[in-house]
Design a protein around this ligand. Structure first.
Ligand SMILES: Cc1cc2nc3c(=O)[nH]c(=O)nc-3n(C[C@H](O)[C@H](O)[C@H](O)COP(=O)(O)O)c2cc1C
Length: 191
């Protein structure tokens, strides 16, 4: 299997984030040849078009990190039935400058966890609408709705439920298949 590097963004900056634990779980479950690396967002200032002519280094680094990976997984909580502001801010940096959208053609998957029964489904629908606008090919199935229970993930990402671990492995496999299909398509266009 071809080696892949997948970036992940955590849509929470909470020091006790359960979504960060979920991201760590994905990192641990990645199959051989696949490396998951975090693309951090917490130091990005609020985006303004005033920056378009001269992006600050932290935003350049963020866009370069997105450019360097084969695909992106966004792991996010749901805030007020949508995505957290910190994540929307990062996506706005990714969208600009005009014509240089970082998600254009970038295979992307979304997943999230909360204690609630719908497990971030509303936030993920908003996020998929944004990614569609960005022209990012997005994983449709399986959907990443993970309901958290206390202790489901340890701090360093161990999954204490075999069923959840199996689901997350299958989710990663499906996303890597999507990443592979787009890599093949890019090679065919370049040939
Ligand atoms: C401002 C705010 C809004 C929230 N809104 C929702 C919501 O709409 N739906 C939901 O399931 N949980 C909601 N929650 C609860 C979060 O799912 C819960 O705090 C979760 O632990 C956040 O993820 P994190 O631990 O990764 O930061 C909200 C929490 C906060 C702080």
């Amino acid at each position: 299997m071809t080696d892949r590097t997948i970036g992940y963004i955590v849509g929470s900056i909470s020091s006790t984030s359960i979504n960060r634990r979920l991201a760590k779980a994905l990192e641990r479950l990645a199959p051989e040849g696949t490396t998951l690396v975090e693309i951090p967002i917490k130091d990005l200032p609020f985006y303004s078009p005033d920056y378009d002519a001269d992006y600050p280094q932290v935003a350049r680094d963020f866009k370069q990190a997105l450019a360097d990976v084969d695909g992106v997984i966004i792991v996010t909580p749901e805030y007020s039935r949508s995505i957290p502001g910190v994540l929307k801010n990062a996506l706005d940096w990714a969208a600009r400058p005009w014509g240089q959208g970082s998600f254009n053609g970038k295979p992307t998957a979304v997943i999230g966890t909360s204690g609630g029964g719908i497990a971030t489904a509303a936030a993920q629908q908003h996020l998929k609408a944004i990614l569609s606008h960005f022209n990012a090919p997005t994983l449709g199935q399986p959907e990443g709705y993970v309901q958290s229970t206390p202790g489901l993930f340890t701090e360093d990402g161990e999954v204490t439920s075999e069923q959840t671990a199996e689901f997350l492995s299958a989710y990663l496999e499906a996303f890597l298949a999507l990443v592979g299909r787009y890599a093949l398509a890019r090679e065919a266009v370049a040939a």
